[in-house]
Design a binder for this molecule. Structure first.
Ligand SMILES: Nc1ncnc2c1ncn2[C@@H]1O[C@H](COP(=O)(O)OP(=O)(O)OP(=O)(O)O)[C@@H](O)[C@H]1O
Ligand SMILES: [Mg+2]
Length: 412
């Protein structure tokens, strides 16, 4: 997983900016944070790619673990492109046909951009302001218009005003391979015709790697790969401090450091610990170390529920056993020890090792050692051991009076 010690950068265009006085953190998937930790190099390179004329630099593949900030980076790139006067087409992997979607989106954009897209003419013989019936002829509606022509026309229009055409595709791991092939074929054609075109895809690393093994994904294999992941804890602490500095509250240096440590630099946790510490500070002007300390358990529970729970649910018994065998060690585990604890042959050990690395649950940690890939996986496994596989992290035991009872406490 890539790490970066760079300074966090302010995002110029978070669509989810907190209202004045509100909690400024964004602990939700796909939500752009106020401060981006550790993405400055990627952003600089993309800005240069937009301005430059190296087509290869504009084919980008963002990959990483769940919650590592892929969607956020994709969104940031899109906003940069829009600022630079580009036009975007967003593909959704859930659509039944990517090319149909490409077509309808391209037509919609053409209508906005092309002054000749709609020609209205008056069909009534007696033309008067009141009785004229209008027939709107839409240029791109017809069956006859081939997708290549539509895209070519759109790209020509976007080139004209110094911009370009950006096509984005998130959740790449769930896309159909043939559909992806058809889509990238169109992208390649456009680039081949000399148009300014950028293509950005993002997806979970493991799924993306499996996809790239396929022979018809050459285009993506050659794309510029950006691996997003955790940042170092110092950068995380600074991102938390800067997020709060933009508000009416402040955070003590020690509290920011502890929050950075609890996040372990993992983007989702940076937002989560920031958000919870903010909540715990209540009306106080300063977020103290105690607010952060009190938030830790809730944060770990949310990480287990939202990130590890789904990943562990479908795990085979042997793989789970392998992960549990790692729990005895404080830091990285020696693979020899794991084999011994599982009472299996070291060669079988390496089969499970490979599969768990593919699943992004563990990663190599020097020769003969492995460690958990994401923060608090050990806690998630211990929770499972205690409560049973698939047990809810926050059992629903609390009782709250509903609004009915609060309004009218006496039953009638
Ligand atoms: N560079 C960053 N700095 C700080 N926080 C970030 C950064 N990138 C993302 N986040 C936060 O991390 C969380 C996850 O971001 P995002 O949804 O982009 O992850 P993802 O990799 O797309 O996840 P998934 O695999 O589920 O699609 C969000 O709460 C977001 O606000
Ligand atoms: Mg995402």
């Amino acid at each position: 997983m890539a790490t970066s010690s760079s300074t966090p950068s302010t995002t110029g265009h978070g669509p989810h900016s907190a209202p004045h006085g509100g909690n400024p953190f964004t602990p939700g998937f796909g939500l752009t944070p106020m401060i981006l930790a550790g993405r400055d190099v990627a952003i600089e390179e993309f800005t240069a790619a937009l301005a430059g004329n190296v087509p290869e630099a504009r084919a980008i593949l963002i990959s990483g673990a769940r919650g590592s900030g892929k969607t956020v980076l994709l969104t940031e790139f899109r906003e940069l492109a829009l600022d630079a006067g580009w036009t975007d087409l967003r593909m959704h992997t859930s659509s039944t046909s990517l090319t149909d979607e490409l077509r309808s989106q391209a037509i919609a954009r053409l209508r906005e951009l092309d002054p000749e897209a709609e020609t209205s003419h008056l069909t009534s013989a007696r033309i008067s302001a009141l009785s004229a019936s209008r027939d709107v002829v839409q240029r791109y509606e017809g069956e006859g218009e081939v997708l290549t022509t539509v895209l070519d026309r759109l790209a020509a229009l976007t080139d004209e005003d110094g911009g370009g055409l950006l096509i984005t595709l998130d959740e790449l791991q769930s896309v159909d391979r043939d559909q992806l092939h058809a889509l990238t074929q169109h992208v390649q054609d456009l680039i081949g015709s000399g148009h300014a075109v950028a293509f950005i895809a993002a997806g979970v690393r493991t799924g993306v790697d499996a996809l790239l093994d396929h022979e018809r994904t050459t285009f993506l294999r050659r794309a510029h790969r950006i691996e997003v992941g955790s940042v170092d804890v110092g950068t995380a602490a600074e991102a938390i401090r800067m997020t709060i500095a933009d508000t009416a509250k402040t955070i003590t240096p020690e509290a920011a450091v502890l929050a950075g440590e609890i996040s372990q630099g993992y983007p989702y946790l940076i937002q989560l610990i920031g958000s919870k510490a903010w909540q715990h500070s209540g009306d106080a002007e300063t977020i103290e170390i105690e607010d952060v300390r009190r938030a830790r358990d809730t944060v770990v529970a949310a990480m287990i529920k939202n990130v590890h729970g789904p990943a562990l649910r479908g795990l085979s018994a042997r793989k789970r056993e392998y992960l549990r065998a790692m729990l005895e060690d404080e830091g990285p585990s020696a693979v020899g020890d794991i084999a011994r604890r599982m009472a299996i042959d070291p060669r079988n050990q390496s089969t499970y090792r490979e599969r768990l690395i593919e699943d992004d649950l563990i990663r190599p940690a020097g020769r003969g050692f492995v460690e958990f890939s994401l923060p608090y996986l050990a806690e998630a496994l211990r929770h499972e051991e205690r409560e049973g596989v698939g047990a809810d992290i926050e059992p629903d035991r609390g009782l709250t009076r509903s609004h009915r009872s609060r309004r009218d406490p006496r039953p009638r």
